[in-house]
Design a protein around this ligand. Sequence first.
Ligand SMILES: *[C@@H]1O[C@H](CO)[C@@H](O)[C@H](O)[C@H]1NC(C)=O
Ligand SMILES: *[C@@H]1O[C@H](CO)[C@@H](O)[C@H](O)[C@H]1NC(C)=O
Ligand SMILES: *[C@@H]1O[C@H](CO)[C@@H](O)[C@H](O)[C@H]1NC(C)=O
Ligand SMILES: *[C@@H]1O[C@H](CO)[C@@H](O)[C@H](O)[C@H]1NC(C)=O
Ligand SMILES: *[C@@H]1O[C@H](CO)[C@@H](O)[C@H](O)[C@H]1NC(C)=O
Ligand SMILES: *[C@@H]1O[C@H](CO)[C@@H](O)[C@H](O)[C@H]1NC(C)=O
Ligand SMILES: *[C@@H]1O[C@H](CO)[C@@H](O)[C@H](O)[C@H]1NC(C)=O
Length: 508
Amino acid sequence: MPSNDASRTTVERLSEQRMLSLIHHYWKIILIVIAGLIFLLLVIVVFSIYFARNVSITTTTIDINLNTTTIKATSFMSSTTSKQHCNAEFERISTKISCLERKVSAFHIASGDFNNDNRTDLVYACKFPKYEKIVISLNHRNGTFQNSMRFSLPNSDWIQSIHVADLNNDEQSDALLIHGAELQKSLTILLGNGSGMFHYSTITLFQSRAISIKMGDVADFNNDDRIDVLLVFQYNEKVRIAVLFGNGDGTFQTQMIALFVEISGLPRKIRVDDLNNDKILDIVINFGNDDICTLFGYPNGTFSSEVFLFKQNTVRIFDFSVSDVNNDKELDIIASDEKSKHMYALFGNGNGAFQKQKPFFGSIVALNPLILINDFDHDNQPDIAFFYVWKYTHCLVYHYQNNTFKLKGKTVLESRGFVHSVVAHDIDVDSHLDIILVMSEPSNIYILFGYGNATFYSQMIYSATVEHYPNWLVVTHSNQDHYPDLIHVGYETQLIDVFMYEHDCSIV
Ligand SMILES: *[C@@H]1O[C@H](CO)[C@@H](O)[C@H](O)[C@H]1NC(C)=O
Ligand SMILES: *[C@@H]1O[C@H](CO)[C@@H](O)[C@H](O)[C@H]1NC(C)=O
Ligand SMILES: *[C@@H]1O[C@H](CO)[C@@H](O)[C@H](O)[C@H]1NC(C)=O
Ligand SMILES: *[C@@H]1O[C@H](CO)[C@@H](O)[C@H](O)[C@H]1NC(C)=O
Ligand SMILES: *[C@@H]1O[C@H](CO)[C@@H](O)[C@H](O)[C@H]1NC(C)=O
Ligand SMILES: *[C@@H]1O[C@H](CO)[C@@H](O)[C@H](O)[C@H]1NC(C)=O
Ligand SMILES: *[C@@H]1O[C@H](CO)[C@@H](O)[C@H](O)[C@H]1NC(C)=O
């Protein structure tokens, strides 16, 4: 046994020596390779520092913090999760919308809880050549929908928008349809009884082809706890704004005081908020791709004359958002300008005046730059997420700190199409805000799951190859788990899809 051991040791020793010399030999090669790699790395680092310098020279207005993550979106229903994250799966359950398989020429939709079960129900309108069909669809807990009511509005003029609010102060959700084009401008009021049934009536506002309602909203504009209707319409090429006061019983005072806004161009986006802390709602409105103006509400339902925020023809505002971004408790306005490719922050001082800050850089190529404001990094201060498409979709998160906007995080999403809308919500309930991106051409949905540090990893949850129209989406709770679900309605597929989030931490 010992001799055996001894011979084994000599053999072992011999092979050890051979191994050692081999290792020496390989070490030399490895060292040479490592030296080469280090040299290459140095070249790359020097080059990228040089490049980064060059980049920051062209964008001196901001302190660029090169916090970048590039994420490859994977195919439908699979995920690109990192080890720290649970696997997100979505079960898709579809219900056909009730538009009779026929081609609809327009589709409008809104959501609310119409039968008091804390589920998101839908009210939608399909436009056919001779009539418009209105459908109330109630949400079952299992992701399917069932119509509780359907009716047609014969010869009605095009529905411009649908709004859900309690119009008659009975604590049940009601709906308001604004008919905006063609001859007759009217409102259809749907009063709900809390069981998914509605009583409806239509009131005529104007009978004139010269007037077209471009936009509307519902809110309490004179602070009497009754819902009023705001209408933005065009008459003689000029924009006018009017408020119809609600009587609190589902009827409205149709005698309106319309205010001229001395601007031609189509109103594009409107936000209603109290900008000057007088408890009366004010308006921020953007026309065409151009300027933004503020109008301050008076208790009698009229507004101050418009105050333009930029010198005329100096900007082409694509999107704006109203939020407090500098933590002074006053509302600010953040706008993305396609002309200068910069973003503007206008800090509100709480009495209706706005102070323009030094613009900060968006992207040299920004197409359709959208803005979403929320706290993406857990510091209790809203950040500005800025989205643009240049080959892929980019999400830059800016943060206001020490009198300057800093780029806090950047996420690049390999995607196709345009960003149509963005919504912030904590989809996986990990207390980090996520972002849902609704894309068009083709119609896709991505979720950017937040790491809580202003960067995200992405997952595509819906992908269409043929659809072009952007789809409608709302984040909601459909089933009994505590995870939110997404309700998505496709114009072209004619489907209501519920994406139920399924939390699965076993797959890592
Ligand atoms: C953000 O957090 C993720 C996950 O913890 C990490 O992988 C990533 O490097 C972080 N990014 C930055 C810029 O801190
Ligand atoms: C990226 O951001 C994180 C968190 O905000 C920060 O701690 C980190 O230093 C940044 N990284 C770089 C390279 O600037
Ligand atoms: C809906 O939510 C409200 C408030 O949380 C609660 O009081 C009510 O019981 C809920 N109703 C149902 C049907 O779950
Ligand atoms: C969902 O629930 C409704 C009502 O309870 C039921 O009629 C329907 O069959 C269910 N659908 C599925 C797919 O479970
Ligand atoms: C609502 O109206 C429907 C149909 O008229 C009726 O069956 C239901 O009981 C009503 N619900 C309430 C809460 O009044
Ligand atoms: C509404 O109130 C404003 C401000 O008090 C006033 O200037 C305006 O004349 C009033 N308009 C009407 C129609 O009463
Ligand atoms: C902000 O400025 C203060 C005072 O100049 C400084 O102490 C602090 O470090 C700065 N914070 C950051 C994040 O740059």
